[in-house]
Design a protein around this ligand. Sequence first.
Ligand code: SF4
Length: 402
Amino acid sequence: MKLKFRQYGMRFYPRGSNFAPPNPPPPPRLVVFPVNRDSDSDASKSCNDQAWIAEGLPINAFGKALRRRFGGRVQRVSIDAGFTCPNVDGAVTRGGCNFCDNRSFSPSRRVRLKQVHDQLTGGIITVRKRYNKVAGFIAYFQPATNTYAPVEQLREVYELALSLNDSPDFHDEVVGLAIGTRPDCLPESVLSLIEELAQRTYVSLEYGMQTIHDAGLVWMNRAHTHADMVNAIDRSRGRGFEMCGHVILGIPGETHEMMMQTAAEIGRLGFDAIKLHNLYAVHGTPLGDQVLAGEVRMMEREIYLQTVVDFLERIPPDVVVERISGDAPSDFLIEPKWCLEKSSLRSDVEAELARRGTRQGSHFVPPAQPPADRPVPEDKTPDSIRAKIETRGRLPVLKMES
Ligand code: SF4
């Protein structure tokens, strides 16, 4: 059977893969490992810092960091809660990022709360069938901008995921939340809500930083600046949730030196985790059209590999590396094809670190001002976005129905 895929930001999923069948059979009981629910990011950072090096690993890898934290395998389950994006609905601009197939992020679509529940339970059941033992699941709010809705609706949707822990079939299995967003969609009201949730559970907030260079952000049509990113993280730090930065390597016009400047920013701003992606082009996007027309070229594999290794050497050892490349289903992917071979890229990155005799953080230079000493700035969330998040009622952004 040929699977159909849909794109969520830079990732793809089989259509309907997370949806439970109409009457799911009772799930098999699960062996649940003891869970360390410590949500203090400083505590987990020092633990990760020492543990992975003591284990002789080249990278502070995500899977192992989760195992240390939760005592066993933890899987993320992606949820489409019906959000749109201010880069699509006109709050900041229209059209979206040039790499993103955002045609499904229509501001007028409706998602029922029941569907959110079914995606999570369906995803958990699917993962259980694949793996014998899973210590827990992270509800991953991934497609579109998952902090872009009236704040009480955000609370409703996040709490819905956590409430699964009260059901007999999924008792205490949702060990945390991951929330993907843009740096300009984090007003104080949203950060306070996430801080409150982080007192009860693990929360990872994923910021679409992409690059520190505004020219690259303009080229991608991100419609935010790096100053927006700095403002968001300087207001986020020390609130008990993890801060994960999403970075794209291979943006046209960016030199190796510019990408290494982005690497230095990971330590300067104090991210807890990163996701590295190669720029790739898929059908149905402005970037895809440019690549097909021969106007833009993607990075060669060997250059990407060397750049990733250089990048990893320059970030702090306590930063958890959640990804080192991006990919898309072969039907959708235009270029580069090499990113389909994720595991061989991962082995080659590790082999290159071994050949150099280095590891993550080997060339990290601590910033003159530690991130914890950076002052907390005033909230610079654009008024056009704030108006939609701090509005009362259920409109106009996330049209969710009970
Ligand atoms: S910010 Fe860009 S990548 Fe993210 S959902 Fe909006 S259009 Fe897509």
